[in-house]
Design a binder for this molecule. Structure first.
Ligand code: IPM
Ligand code: MG
Length: 357
C-alpha cells in the first residue's frame, strides 16, 4: 500500500478544530482509495511561542521539509499582537514560507451553486465563477530590504528579480494551459518600476505559451473588475501584496471565506491551508466551518501526492453535503436544512465519502 508522510500544523484559534475534521475526511478517503497517511504534528504560531518562546521552532521547519506535504490550520490572535514584531505568529508564518521556499500560492475561488445567495453580490454576477489567483509568496514588499520604522519615517521596499518573476509566471502559464488558457497578469506598471519589470518579463514568458491568451491589468482596475464581472477571469497572476488583497476580494465574490482552500508550493514541499484566519472569537465553540480545510486537504492529495481520484471524492462529498442542506453556522441563513457543528460536518462529509465511493 502506498504511504505518505504528512506534517500537520494545527496552530491557533479555530485551527485545531478545523484540521481535526480535515483529518477525519482524509482518513475516510485514504481508506476508500487504498493508501495510508502517516501524520506528524508540529507547533507553529502563538501556541509555538507559548510553548517554546519561538513562533517557528526549527523542529517544525525540518519536520515539514522532510514530509511529503503539510496540512496547516491557522495562526495568530489578539493575545500575541503586543509581542515584538519578529516574535508574532504572523512573522513565524512569513519565515515559514520563506524557509520552505514556497513561492507559488494558488488560491482558487469557485462558486458552489448551492451558495450563490451567500455572496453579497448578485447571483447573476457570480454564477459560474471559477478562477484561480496565483500569488507570488516569498518576494515583493513583504520581504524587500531595506525596511525600517524609526517613529518618524518608515519604509518598505518592493523588489522583484527577473528570476523570481519568471518562476511564478511559468506556474501561472502552466496552470492556464490546464484550465481555459486565459491568463490575466496584474501589476501597477503605470507607476512602479518593479511592475514594469514584472510586465516585460511576463510578456517574454508568454512567447513560450502561444496558446494562452494573456492580458494585463492594473491592480486598482482588477479589484474593481473582480466585483463588477468576476467571470471574465480565469487565472490571475500577481505579486505578493496585490495577491493578498485580490484573493480576499475573490473570496467574498464566492460568498464565504470559510470555503476557500489554498496551496503554497515550491521546490521542497508544499503547504495546504484555508485562506481564512484563526478566528479566535469563535474558537472552541464548534461553529467553525471546516470546509476550506477539507478543500485544502483535497488540493494536497491532488498536487503533492498525485491522488487525484481521492481529491475528487472529497470535493464531490463536500458538494453533496451542501446540496443536501448541511451548513455550519456561518452559512445557516443560506438554504440550510440542517445546521451542524464543526465535528458533525466532518462526520457528514466522511460518510458521503464512504457512500459515494
Ligand atoms: C494571507 C494572510 C497573511 C499574508 C498574513 C497573516 C501574514 O493575510 O495568507 O493572506 O498577508 O500573507
Ligand atoms: Mg491575506
Amino acid at each position: 500500500m502506498k504511504e505518505y508522510n504528512i506534517s500537520i500544523i494545527k496552530g491557533d484559534g479555530i485551527g485545531p478544530e478545523i484540521v481535526d475534521e480535515a483529518i477525519k475526511v482524509l482518513d475516510a478517503v485514504s481508506y476508500e482509495c487504498n493508501f495510508h497517511l502517516n501524520y506528524k504534528e508540529y507547533l507553529m504560531g502563538g501556541i509555538a511561542y507559548d510553548v517554546t518562546g519561538n513562533p517557528l521552532p526549527q523542529e517544525t521547519i525540518t519536520g515539514v521539509i522532510n514530509s511529503d506535504a503539510c496540512l496547516f490550520g491557522a495562526i495568530g490572535g489578539a493575545k500575541w499582537d503586543k509581542l515584538p514584531r519578529d516574535l508574532r505568529p504572523e512573522s513565524g508564518l512569513l519565515r515559514f514560507r520563506k524557509e520552505l521556499a514556497v513561492f507559488a500560492n494558488l488560491r482558487p475561488a469557485v462558486i458552489y451553486d448551492e451558495l450563490v445567495n451567500a455572496s453579497t453580490l448578485k447571483a447573476e454576477v457570480i454564477e459560474g465563477v471559477d478562477l484561480m489567483v496565483v500569488r507570488e509568496l516569498i518576494g515583493g514588499i513583504y520581504f524587500g530590504e531595506p525596511r525600517a520604522n524609526d517613529g518618524q519615517t518608515a519604509y518598505n521596499t518592493m523588489v522583484y528579480t527577473k528570476d523570481e518573476i519568471v518562476r511564478i509566471a511559468k506556474v501561472a502559464f502552466d496552470l492556464a494551459m490546464k484550465r481555459s488558457r486565459k491568463l490575466c497578469s496584474v501589476d501597477k506598471a503605470n507607476v512602479l518600476e518593479v511592475s514594469q519589470l514584472w510586465r516585460d518579463t511576463v510578456e517574454e514568458i508568454a512567447v513560450d505559451y502561444p496558446e494562452v491568451e494573456l492580458s494585463h491589468m492594473y491592480v486598482d482596475n482588477a479589484a474593481m473588475q473582480l466585483v463588477r464581472n468576476p467571470r471574465q477571469f480565469d487565472v490571475i497572476l500577481t505579486g505578493n501584496i496585490f495577491g493578498d488583497i485580490l484573493s480576499d476580494t475573490a473570496s467574498m465574490v464566492v460568498g464565504s471565506i470559510g470555503l476557500l482552500p489554498s496551496a503554497s508550493t515550491g521546490e521542497k514541499t508544499a503547504i495546504y491551508e484555508p485562506i481564512h484566519g484563526s478566528a479566535p472569537d469563535i474558537a472552541g465553540q464548534g461553529i467553525a466551518n471546516p470546509i476550506a480545510t477539507m478543500e485544502s486537504a483535497a488540493m494536497m492529495l491532488r498536487y503533492s501526492l498525485g491522488e487525484s481520484k481521492a481529491a475528487d471524492l472529497i470535493e464531490l462529498s463536500i458538494k453533496k453535503a451542501l446540496q443536501d442542506g448541511y451548513r455550519t453556522k456561518d452559512l445557516a441563513s443560506y438554504d440550510a436544512k440542517h445546521v451542524v457543528t464543526t465535528a458533525e460536518m466532518g462526520e457528514i462529509v466522511a460518510n458521503y465519502i464512504h457512500k459515494l465511493k
